[in-house]
Design a protein around this ligand. Structure first.
Ligand code: SER
Length: 313
């Protein structure tokens, strides 16, 4: 690891960024990690922070040069449910943001990029159980289409311009430090807050909707591990499947009941049900395991115990 690494996290105040910045700062030092979002947030009190609109390449270039950034984590995006409400903006933000960062590496202004993909790249015709890395991919959401196109562009920039870009197909992410924003898997975070507040939760997905999920410490570990791996270990330059564990709203409700026995859940599926129905139930991440040693630590029981312990504080 270079000691002179200078890292820019774009979209740093979101669900992943909030935790990622804290973890990167523990490794690289506070001043080596520049947080940035489209507006000033509380995060600005914790260390270097810049306001960046990833759609503005000049503004981005100015900040990258000023801080002598060599690595960018691009987390700014519209997630699945929000992008369905603003399809054109979702596509523009998710794609243009990626191009603006890829082009910085193409011009050799930065050296390394992290860009997240998602289980949303899969679609209704994808095999649902233990979904392999290479399979039918016909995403039916704007978010999924943008992530699939983004994966193709990442691979293209690697092959054509030798751009060192690395990516993971995150499942639904669950954490207690930050709130999710506009995804289909958000219920799995909200359910904990409501369970502790009122011992009841109305779920926007139906009870048996099983989806791939991951606890945030595992997601952060995978992200930092793929970025720190030697370049020749990264055989896949589109995006790696990444597995944690899978559960349905019914499963997680049962787990929560072990801590809050009078917890009740009801179901009122909305438009997000259709999105969830188009996604896999579980993911095979054998390539990530083989290439750079991926293994998740948390399962449903361990995640639930840790969420409840921390949210109670
Ligand atoms: N958690 C994301 C979403 O629901 C999936 O990438 O949109």
């Amino acid at each position: 690891m270079r000691t002179s690494d200078k890292i820019l996290v774009i979209g740093s105040s979101g669900q992943i960024g909030t935790e990622l910045v804290q973890n990167l700062r523990e490794i690289y030092g506070i001043d080596s990690v520049i947080a940035s979002d489209v507006k000033v947030t509380e995060q600005a009190k914790e260390g270097p922070f810049e306001v960046i609109d990833v759609m503005n390449p000049q503004g981005l270039l100015e900040i990258v040069k000023r801080h002598q950034i060599n690595q960018v984590y691009l987390l700014a995006a519209l997630l699945s449910a929000t992008a369905e409400k603003m399809p054109k903006f979702g596509w523009d933000l998710n794609m243009q943001g990626l191009f603006n960062v890829l082009d910085l590496a193409k011009e050799k202004i930065i050296e390394k990029i992290y860009w997240p993909s998602s289980i949303a790249v899969f679609g209704p015709n994808t095999p649902k159980e233990n979904t392999p890395q290479y399979t039918i991919m016909e995403p039916s959401t704007v978010y999924g289409i943008s992530k699939q196109a983004g994966e193709r562009w990442c691979e293209y920039y690697f092959n054509k311009y030798n751009v060192d870009v690395r990516s993971l197909r995150y499942p639904g992410l669950i954490g207690w430090k930050s709130a999710p924003g506009g995804g289909t898997t958000d219920y799995a975070v909200h359910i904990f807050h409501e369970a502790l507040k009122s011992a009841s939760y109305e779920c926007f997905l139906s009870e048996n909707t099983t989806l791939p999920m991951m606890y945030m410490p595992d997601a952060i570990k995978a992200t930092i591990r793929i970025m720190q791996a030697d370049s020749d270990k990264i055989k896949i330059r589109s995006s790696y499947n990444l597995s944690g564990f899978s559960f349905s709203p019914k499963d997680i409700a049962q787990e929560i009941k072990k801590y809050i026995p009078d917890f009740t859940i009801s179901f009122k599926p909305d438009s997000r049900q259709q999105i969830a129905d188009s996604w896999p139930k579980s993911i095979d991440s054998i390539e990530a395991n083989k290439d750079w040693g991926w293994k998740p630590e948390f399962d449903l029981a361990a995640m639930t115990a840790d969420m409840i312990k921390n949210l109670k504080k």
